[in-house]
Design a protein around this ligand. Sequence first.
Ligand SMILES: Cc1cc2nc3c(=O)[nH]c(=O)nc-3n(C[C@H](O)[C@H](O)[C@H](O)COP(=O)(O)OP(=O)(O)OC[C@H]3O[C@@H](n4cnc5c(N)ncnc54)[C@H](O)[C@@H]3O)c2cc1C
Ligand code: FES
Length: 277
Amino acid sequence: MTFSGKVEVIKQEKKGPGIFRLDLDAPEICGEAMPGQFVHLKTTDRGYDPLLRRPFSIYDLDRQQGVLSITYKVVGLGTGILSGRQRGETLEIMGPLGRPFSIFEEDRRVLMVAGGVGYAPLNFLARLLQKKNVEVEVLLGARKAEELVGKEDLELLGISAEVAVEEGSPRGYKGRVTDLLERKLKGHSFHRLYSCGPCSMLEQVARLSRQCSLPGEVSLESIMACGVGACLGCAFPVKVDPSSTADNDQSIQAVEYETRYKRICVEGPTFSLEEVF
Ligand SMILES: Cc1cc2nc3c(=O)[nH]c(=O)nc-3n(C[C@H](O)[C@H](O)[C@H](O)COP(=O)(O)OP(=O)(O)OC[C@H]3O[C@@H](n4cnc5c(N)ncnc54)[C@H](O)[C@@H]3O)c2cc1C
Ligand code: FES
C-alpha cells in the first residue's frame, strides 16, 4: 500500500559536488518497497514553491530499522531546498510508487550500466540480487570523476565495478560508459542487463544489447506532476505488440509494433528495453 504522510530526516550527507544522500525514517514505506520504485517528496514545508513533489528512486533501504535512502543531484529549486534539509526536520512523502524492476529467478549473472545519479535505482537492485547469489557487475559512467555515484557503496558490497569518466580519471577508462559496455558484451555470458541514466545513453545501451540479444530493463525519468497516474504529464511512447493484451509483457517479439503512451509514474518507471527503444 502507498504511504502518504510526514517522515523525519535522519541524515543528510554530501557525497560530491551537488550530490547528496538523504536517509529518512520511513518504516511504512520500507516494508513493501522493491528496487526500481520511487518516492515522491515535497521538498519544502515553508510555503508553496515548489508546489509539486519531486520523484526520487529508492537508493537503499534497511527494512529492519525502517530507514529509506535516496541519492540525488541538485539541479534546480526543489533539489536545492532538499539539500538544505537537516536531521530532525520532517518531509512530506508518498511511496512506494511505480513498477519495480522485474527479477528473474533463473538469472545467475547480470550487468548494470549507470550514468551518473542514474545509479540510484540500481544500488537497491544490486543489493537484492547479491542476496539471491546472483553475480552482479556494474559499469559506472560520469562526465567528471567527482560525479560518479555509487562507487564506494559497491566496494562495500564487494561488487565489481568498472568506471568510465568522459573527462578522464586515474582510476578508470577515459570515455563513455557505453564504450565499456561494447567491450563487455563481446562474447559475454550475462543473462540480463539493467540500466538507468540519460536517455541518449539508454538508447546506446539498447542498441548494443539488441546486437547481442541480451534482454534488459531500464528505469526512465521524466518531469512529474502528480506521480500517481492522474495528470498524464509523464506519458512516454512505448512499442506495443497489438496482439498482446498483457501490460509490460516481457515476451514482446519483433512484430508489427504499435506506438502507445504509458505513464512513467504508474506503468514505469521501469520498462523492458525492447519496449522503449
Ligand atoms: C522516477 C524518477 C526517479 C528519479 N530518481 C532520481 C534520483 O534517484 N536521484 C536524482 O538525483 N534524481 C532523480 N530523478 C530526477 C529528479 O526527480 C529531478 O532531478 C528533480 O525533480 C528536479 O527537481 P528540481 O526542483 O531540483 O528541479 P527543477 O527546478 O524542477 O528543474 C531544474 C532543471 O532540471 C530539469 N529537470 C527536472 N526534473 C527532471 C527530470 N526528471 N529529468 C530531466 N530533467 C529534469 C528541468 O527541466 C530544469 O531544466 C528521478 C526522476 C524520476 C521521474
Ligand atoms: S506524473 Fe501525473 S500521470 Fe504521471
